[in-house]
Design a protein around this ligand. Structure first.
Ligand SMILES: *Cc1c(COP(=O)(O)O)cnc(C)c1O
Length: 373
């Protein structure tokens, strides 16, 4: 096969649907600053995600940064190094200190049993990540937070639309931050949102994303500019109409992968969490070099030669990145470190043909022979 299979491909509405959605912007000339698309998208997302309060921002990273800022935190934040670098940066850029907690080997989320030993008198919050859409042990984390009076801010960038025991996942913690980046299950090209039960917190977020401007003649907070514009909100309105169908298609792709790979010695697939309605955001595979017969990097190379572009996601872990590694010892989170050296996320998007999945799996199953040649 000569065509390239990319790790992801953005979902899009038809050209005409998007044009219809943005047409009235040529009349109104209201292009940003809480316009009508923005307001509609907030209302529709609140309903879809089953949350009380939600505000839109320019990207998922801003959602994280502004949530930490709005909570007025100081000191140390216990977080995971097995994440996209945004999580760690958001903490550091607020003048806070990340303290890395190891993750569980089965679902890759923060290990609650390792949190308490990291708590000091400087700890102010916990920032876990619903990695690949795997829902964290929210109950255990909340118990620890309550006991030690800590805030919990979820990086829920991967968890759009998921439910756990019938409840929207965005309801956990003091705040949940979502990303609507073009590569995510639901997107607004660039975009993000903060969800919270606390109406005061959402008010602060809406001030902080607009320079802290309270009224034309009053500035209440030292804010940033992190507003979502009308063209992005319009993309969101279109994509939201199709997202359930897109998730169904992702599910078929994920199930096809499972049908080929679930019993291959040396390949660990993502857990199927009980009670969780997944969004099938990613298809991670953990390659055990001993049992599988080749390591992750070698498998990555074999796939590349067949024009299949998998992703080493997450590699390296945050504490190993150039900007942080002088300050951290990554061997203190051995599970995260091991996973980062063994993980590969395989191509997954709604329109990935099932025949392409068959081909990818074929390449994986014959990888060792191909590598020897
Ligand atoms: C995508 C992502 C972010 C950042 O979101 P952007 O919208 O790209 O700013 C943060 N955390 C995780 C885990 C992500 O996957």
């Amino acid at each position: 096969m000569d065509k390239d299979i990319l790790v992801t491909r953005s979902s899009m509405p038809s050209f005409n649907e998007y044009c219809d959605e943005i047409k009235d912007l040529w009349q109104s000339r209201w292009l940003t600053n809480n316009g009508s698309k923005h307001q509609q998208l907030i209302e529709q997302l609140k309903k879809y995600l089953g949350v009380k309060n939600l505000d839109l921002v320019v990207n998922g990273h801003a959602a994280l940064e502004l949530s930490l800022a709005a909570l007025g935190l100081k000191g140390e934040v216990i977080t995971t190094p097995f994440t996209f670098i945004s999580t760690t940066h958001a903490i550091v850029r607020n003048g806070l200190t990340p303290v890395f907690c190891d993750v569980k080997p089965d679902d890759f989320t923060m290990d609650p049993e390792k949190i308490e030993e990291l708590i000091t008198e400087r700890t102010c919050a916990i920032m876990p990540v619903h990695v690949y859409g795997n829902v964290c042990d929210v109950k255990a984390i909340q118990q620890i937070a309550d006991k030690h009076h800590l805030k919990v801010i979820y990086d829920a960038a991967h968890a759009f639309g998921e439910t756990c025991q019938g409840q929207g996942v965005m309801n956990y913690g003091d705040a949940s931050c979502i990303s609507f980046h073009a590569t995510k299950v639901f997107h607004t090209i660039e975009g993000g949102a903060v969800c919270t039960k606390d109406p005061d917190l959402i008010r602060k977020i809406s001030l902080l994303k607009d320079f802290g401007i309270e009224s034309p003649e009053d500035v209440e907070l030292v804010g940033a500019n992190a507003k979502m514009n009308e063209f992005c909100a319009a993309m969101g309105l279109c994509n939201l109409r199709h997202v359930d169908q897109e998730i169904q298609k992702r599910k078929s792709v994920a199930e096809r992968y499972r049908s080929h790979l679930s019993h291959v010695p040396g390949l660990q697939l993502n857990v199927l969490q009980t009670g969780v309605q997944s969004n099938y955001a990613y298809f991670p595979v953990i390659v055990d070099p001993e049992t599988f017969g080749m390591n992750r990097d070698e498998l990555f190379e074999v796939l590349s030669t067949h024009h299949i572009h998998a992703r080493k996601y997450f590699y390296p872990i945050s504490s190993e990145c150039a900007c942080y590694r002088d300050r951290y010892d990554s061997s203190l989170t051995p599970v995260a470190l091991m996973l980062s050296r063994r993980v590969l996320t395989l191509p997954l998007y709604a329109d990935l043909a099932l025949e392409d999945v068959d081909f990818i799996c074929d390449v994986i199953l014959h990888a060792r022979d191909a590598y020897k040649r």
